[in-house]
Ligand binder design. Structure first.
Ligand code: HEM
Length: 127
């Protein structure tokens, strides 16, 4: 359907809510990633990532109204992100994407983007 946006085809807000919630369930149990999130719960982090992804995929631009320009490399500069952190982050995202039961083409687009984005945020060498 021409009139259906990519965001709508992906299932809209509900899809991203489920994706990011499931992702942080995995992160919460990850010994490498958990220490990067000093808050007791992931409520704030979950909301920021959800709103960013919604905006990126063509949904409402609430993220930028609340947070300004994403500047993701700058915002990740305080965290040491080497290949191990990147791969752990991607593993939890991959697991979370699998639970969505998206059509194959949309699942591939989403995964391809996440892999690309995660690689672009590495800011430290291995070890
Ligand atoms: C924020 C870690 C990749 C999007 C954060 C935070 C951490 C983190 C610790 C702070 C949590 C918070 O918001 O309070 C990582 C690690 C990554 C990674 C270890 C591994 C490569 C990504 C990727 C994206 C992303 C690939 C986008 C597709 C965001 C966003 C925020 C955030 C939107 C909130 C920025 C803000 O508005 O303050 N990340 N991240 N991250 N991350 Fe990542």
């Amino acid at each position: 359907e021409e009139s259906v946006t990519l965001y709508e085809a992906m299932g809209g807000e509900e899809t991203f809510r489920r994706l990011v919630h499931r992702f942080y369930v995995g992160v919460a149990e990850d010994p490498l990633l958990r220490p990067l999130y000093p808050e007791d719960d992931f409520e704030g982090a979950e909301e920021r990532l959800r709103l960013f992804l919604i905006q990126y995929w063509g949904g409402p631009n609430t993220y930028s109204r609340e947070r300004g320009h994403p500047r993701l490399r700058m915002r990740h500069a305080p965290f040491v992100i080497g290949p191990a952190e990147r791969d752990a982050w991607l593993r939890h995202m991959h697991d979370a994407v699998q639970t969505l039961d998206l059509p194959e083409d949309l699942e591939k687009r989403l995964l391809d983007y996440l892999v690309y984005a995660a690689h672009s945020l590495v800011n430290a060498p291995e070890g």
